[in-house]
Ligand binder design. Sequence first.
Ligand SMILES: NC(=O)c1ccc[n+]([C@@H]2O[C@H](COP(=O)([O-])OP(=O)(O)OC[C@H]3O[C@@H](n4cnc5c(N)ncnc54)[C@H](O)[C@@H]3O)[C@@H](O)[C@H]2O)c1
Length: 440
Amino acid sequence: MNQGDKSAGAGWNRRSFLQASSLAAAAGTLPVARGAHAAGDDAIKIALVGCGGRGRGAVVQALNNAAGANVRLVALVDAFRDRVDDTYRMVSARHPDRVDVPEERKFTGLDGYERALECDVDLVQLCGPPGFRPAQFEAAVAAGKHVFMEKPVATDAPGVRRVMAANEVAKEKGLLVAVGHHLRHEVKHVESLARIHDGAIGRVEYVRAYFNSTGVWVRNRQPDQSEMEYQVRNWYYFTWLSGDHIVEQHVHDLDIGNWILQATPVQAQGSGGRQVRIGPEYGEIFDHHTVEFTYADGSRMFSYCRHIPNCWNSFSQHAHGTGGSVHIEGHGPAELRIADQEPIRIERGPAGHQRHQNHLFAALLEGQPFNEGDFGASATMTAILGRMATYSGQVVRWQDALNSQIDLSPSRMTWDAEMPVQPGPDGLYPCAIPGVTPAV
Ligand SMILES: NC(=O)c1ccc[n+]([C@@H]2O[C@H](COP(=O)([O-])OP(=O)(O)OC[C@H]3O[C@@H](n4cnc5c(N)ncnc54)[C@H](O)[C@@H]3O)[C@@H](O)[C@H]2O)c1
């Protein structure tokens, strides 16, 4: 993975890139930007799937990349037309010269991504709800597109396995795969982790990981919505769509824990529930989870996430070793506390989201491999393991979790599909009950 700043695009041109790509493709070593550069146009054409808050951010960061890549937005996809229109207006206002999305490349519906993949597009950004990610990633790889996909990459174990399999195909095809773990591109994370792995704090015995916040938006039910439409609009609160907030949000911290310990856990046990966020508008997910993950060498990760207003909030990761500790703020600086020394502060530096796109497009321009699918899938699976532990109240082993056949998705992806979770007569959705709900 690229971690350093790159500005190698400066000397790049279409002809040399095509030559490099075809030589590399022949050698089977470097990425192939299929259809990337039609004659007379050196633009890298991107499509956005999922026109929400993050999708808009990812597009703008791609257009603003500091690698020197000439990026054009050429297609927009969302389940709903209003979201496509909002995003089109917003991005065109900021970058009128870099948006070329005529009516025929604005796609809607749950399968709109399939039509976007038929277009002359080099890279797709998959920024919709994670429940749709495995199918969309699989299709993007099959169509030979480079991918930036948001975390988490799935919401259940069958979805993670699909992503892992498609990622192997992406590697074989030389396609670039970026996963939205922007903390991996934050200066203070890169530096802190380098020092930890150099032994600055001795052997790491345990990690603490927090994502405690007030929570996110609610999208209220509207008259005439089918149950599928309501759930897709209010996707955060349905496990098949978001994975629950331990998967959707806390996955950032769990990924850093795995990175610090350079492993995935062998088992987890935990506790969680719904204490405050209990109305029908909050679907079925919990509002707090706390999990103890155990790794093969005996080290632990203590994880804690909560969505309840007026409580102690923290988005941070902490490593405790035999010779000191490291404390990293998600959106702030890091501090190294090494025994008998003054604490060392590492400033945050420029935001990881922009650096991430800089690194991705630099790799594309240089014809370098770039694949974040392995740690993206492991991080999502770690979070799902944690959710299995809190939903069931059992000790859950990694291998059992990864092999789980529990598929949370509806059997059909249509607006009139029967949903995996339905409201009762009082409008409330059933939720997991520790001690009763099966783990895997
Ligand atoms: N890396 C980060 O810092 C970060 C920050 C925020 C969100 N995210 C991730 O980005 C993703 C989106 O989050 P968001 O905050 O933008 O949510 P959002 O609700 O603002 O946007 C999601 C969009 O996807 C659309 N959508 C739903 N189903 C779709 C389908 N089948 N095909 C295409 N579009 C569909 C929705 O209508 C909506 O417009 C999530 O996976 C989330 O975890 C990452």
